[in-house]
Design a protein around this ligand. Structure first.
Ligand SMILES: Cc1ncc(C[n+]2csc(CCOP(=O)(O)OP(=O)(O)O)c2C)c(N)n1
Length: 520
């Protein structure tokens, strides 16, 4: 058996049955032994994004195969996004034959330096005896909370050698030691607490525990700023909405509470505001990521979120308080008012109705706040977006997500569509039934909105417009059925037709071009 075949077996034992990649000559010795299904993407970065999506939705390891320094270089932004997403992606990078490494041959690269600071673990497998141990270590590091990406560099000559038994014996897992008693006591003692819930609720499938905790505490529940996955079960009556990422807004939303418990949540900030963030004495953190309580200087209990919450609930009596978000009576009117001009409230409402049973991948950029306000958080695997706000992630990730969730719809801006537009080909090539809704406003509206508030001289800059892009024709060119809708009367029908399309499909929705006031 060759080393590449042994590698295939090791990956199989970790539940890896597919690989996303874009190969070159340096990866061919690796590919020769691989038995996993190989999904070809037409740009390296799309492979990493697809593996990120697959890792999140499968809650396990997913593999991206990249081509030496050019492939890794093309994917660095996606590596950073996987790091922020806490996504356990194993990246394999083909390395030159080490026997002539001293000649600095074509495609020889210093991958460790290239990925410095972005991965939890890096190893170049320089001898075949190191292979098993390297794979096991990489997988363990990727999956250990907080999860994240890892890289194995696989030299051509090592992949071609005969496999050899390795002396590796994994160490036993360390038991989590954190005591949650102090946080339980603070919850009991608080008179006006609030919860901020985040992406880890979905990662650890802790929805039932969040529901129970919110009801017993009688507390309002906010989603963390830039929340990337559904943090609540469908219809949680305590849910107030999403926090904005500026410290001044966070303070005004949460300042009246004597305790704010972050439940698998982070307080991500952007843009800068001079208001100091809530002091750490008012905060407590429950979750898998020690870097959050460290930067916020607050109490913490670190571990599997679901287990932490269940432990807290086991000793927590009902508080006697109740909290219910008041109904939003104005919404129907806002939707109706937005209809004649194909405004965001109207379009998003229609998408919500047509795709009520779908997993949503959201890269609608300036429409994200509207998307989040209409109930796309519906519990497990219902909502995905990127924690880095990197454009292109949505379409790439949808490749991996659709493999686990065939009912997946991507809602993407016309600008965002172009970053990884070749992902459409992979959807068509493998008949992945992803539905793509392009919310087309003909420009970079979020940048115009930000400029309006902070840099008025740029608000009308012509380089923030995107004229002359024929979305429908591009989609057809990659093999997808595609159509355009520009009138409110036809929108519902067009969305239903998209949903009923066999295989992948794209609907180009011409939406209102008015620049929204999102930052003032
Ligand atoms: C990889 C990457 N490059 C650039 C940006 C900067 N950026 C943020 S939003 C945006 C415009 C998005 O336009 P569009 O998708 O049409 O959405 P809209 O703002 O019009 O709603 C850009 C260029 C980014 N987030 N990611």
């Amino acid at each position: 058996m060759r080393a590449s075949e042994e590698l295939s077996q090791l990956l199989d034992a970790h539940g890896v049955h597919e690989i996303f990649g874009n190969p070159g000559t340096t990866e061919l010795p690796f590919l020769e032994g691989i038995r996993q299904r190989y999904y070809l993407t037409l740009h390296d970065s799309i492979a990493l994004g697809a593996a990120d999506g697959a890792a999140q939705v499968s809650r396990g390891i997913a593999v991206a195969n990249l081509h030496a320094a050019p492939g890794l270089g093309n994917s660095i932004g996606f590596l950073d996004t996987a790091r922020r997403n806490r996504s356990p992606v194993l990246v394999t990078v083909g390395q030159q034959d080490l026997r002539h490494a001293d000649q600095n041959p074509l495609l020889f690269g210093d991958f460790r330096t290239m990925a410095e600071g972005l991965v939890k673990f890096f190893q170049e497998v320089r001898r075949v005896e190191e292979l098993e141990e390297a794979v096991e270590r990489a997988v363990r590091h990727a999956l250990a909370p907080p999860m994240g990406p890892v890289i194995l560099s696989l030299p051509m000559n090592v992949m071609e050698e005969a496999a050899r038994a390795s002396p590796y014996h994994p160490e036993p897992e360390a038991a989590p030691l954190n005591d949650i008693r102090a946080i339980s006591e603070r919850i009991r003692a608080a008179s006006n607490p609030a919860l901020v819930v985040g992406y880890e609720v979905d990662v650890y499938d802790a929805f039932a525990a969040v529901d129970e905790l919110a009801r017993r505490m009688g507390a309002p529940v906010y989603a963390e700023p830039i929340c990337s996955r559904s943090p609540i079960p469908e219809g949680l009556p305590n849910f107030v909405g999403d926090l904005l990422p500026q410290s001044a807004y966070i303070d005004s939303a949460l300042g009246g509470h004597d305790l704010v418990v972050l439940v698998g949540a982070d307080l991500t900030l952007y843009p800068y505001s001079a208001a100091p963030l809530l002091p750490g004495e008012r905060l407590a953190y429950l979750g898998a990521d020690p870097s959050v309580p460290k930067k916020l200087h607050c109490d913490r209990a670190i571990g599997d979120l679901r287990q932490l919450l269940e432990a807290i609930l086991s000793g927590l009596p009902p508080s006697g308080r109740t909290f219910r978000r008041p109904p939003d009576f104005g919404r129907a009117n806002r939707v109706a008012r937005a209809a004649p001009r194909m405004g965001g409230e109207f379009v998003v409402d229609a998408i919500r109705r047509a795709f009520s049973e779908y997993t949503v991948v959201d890269e609608s950029v300036s429409l994200i706040p509207t998307m989040k306000s209409v109930g796309f958080y519906r519990g497990k695997d219902s909502y995905f977006s990127s924690r880095s706000q990197q454009l292109g992630w949505g379409l790439a990730a949808s490749i991996g997500i659709t493999l686990w969730r065939p009912k997946t719809v991507v809602v993407v801006g016309d600008g965002a569509l172009q970053y990884c537009v070749q992902a459409l080909w992979t959807l068509a090539r493998y008949r992945l039934p992803t539905k793509v809704v392009v919310v087309n406003n003909g420009g970079y509206n979020i940048l115009k909105s930000y400029s309006k508030a902070n840099h008025p001289a740029l608000a009308a800059a012509e380089y923030l417009d995107l004229p002359g892009v024929d979305v429908e024709t591009i989609a057809r060119g990659y093999g997808l059925g595609a159509s355009t809708v520009d009138s409110p009367e036809r929108l519902d029908r067009a969305l239903v037709e998209l949903r009923e399309t066999a295989g992948p499909g794209l609907l180009n929705v011409q939406v209102d071009r008015t620049v929204p006031d999102l930052f003032s």
